[in-house]
Design a protein around this ligand. Structure first.
Ligand SMILES: [Zn+2]
Length: 117
C-alpha cells in the first residue's frame, strides 16, 4: 500500500509545480504583453496612414513618407501632433510604402516580446 501513496504524492507535487511555474511565468510576462499590444496597435495605425498617404498622393511602392506626411492621417487613437510612442521605449521607422512600419525593438526586444506587425 505504500507505493500508491508515493505515486499520488509525486503526481500532486508535479501538478503543483507546473501550476506554480505557469503562475510565476504569467506574472513576469504580463506587464510586457500589456505594453506590447499598444505598440502593435500603433504600428497598425501607422501602416494604415502610410497606405492612405500613398493612395491620396499617388505614390509608388518605393516612395518613403515622412512623419509630416503620415501624422495628419493617423487615427484618433494617437495624438496627431505628436509622434506615436512605443510603450517600451522603441522608436518607429516608417519605411517605404511597400514595407511594414517597424518598431526599433522589433524582434530583438530584451523581454523577448515581438514589437512588429
Ligand atoms: Zn514597440
Amino acid at each position: 500500500m505504500k507505493k500508491p501513496i508515493i505515486i499520488i504524492a509525486v503526481v500532486v507535487l508535479s501538478v503543483a509545480a507546473v501550476v506554480a511555474f505557469i503562475a510565476v511565468r504569467h506574472a513576469i510576462n504580463a506587464p510586457f504583453v500589456a505594453s506590447r499590444q499598444p505598440c502593435i496597435n500603433n504600428l497598425r495605425q501607422i501602416d494604415g496612414a502610410k497606405q492612405q498617404w500613398a493612395l491620396e498622393y499617388q505614390k509608388s511602392s518605393s516612395d518613403v513618407p515622412t512623419w509630416n506626411d503620415v501624422l495628419p492621417l493617423l487615427g484618433r487613437g494617437l495624438l496627431q501632433t505628436n509622434l506615436p510612442i512605443c510603450p517600451n521605449g522603441g522608436t518607429y521607422i516608417l519605411g517605404r510604402v511597400d514595407e511594414e512600419p517597424r518598431c526599433s525593438l522589433g524582434h530583438t526586444n530584451i523581454d523577448g516580446t515581438l514589437h512588429a506587425l
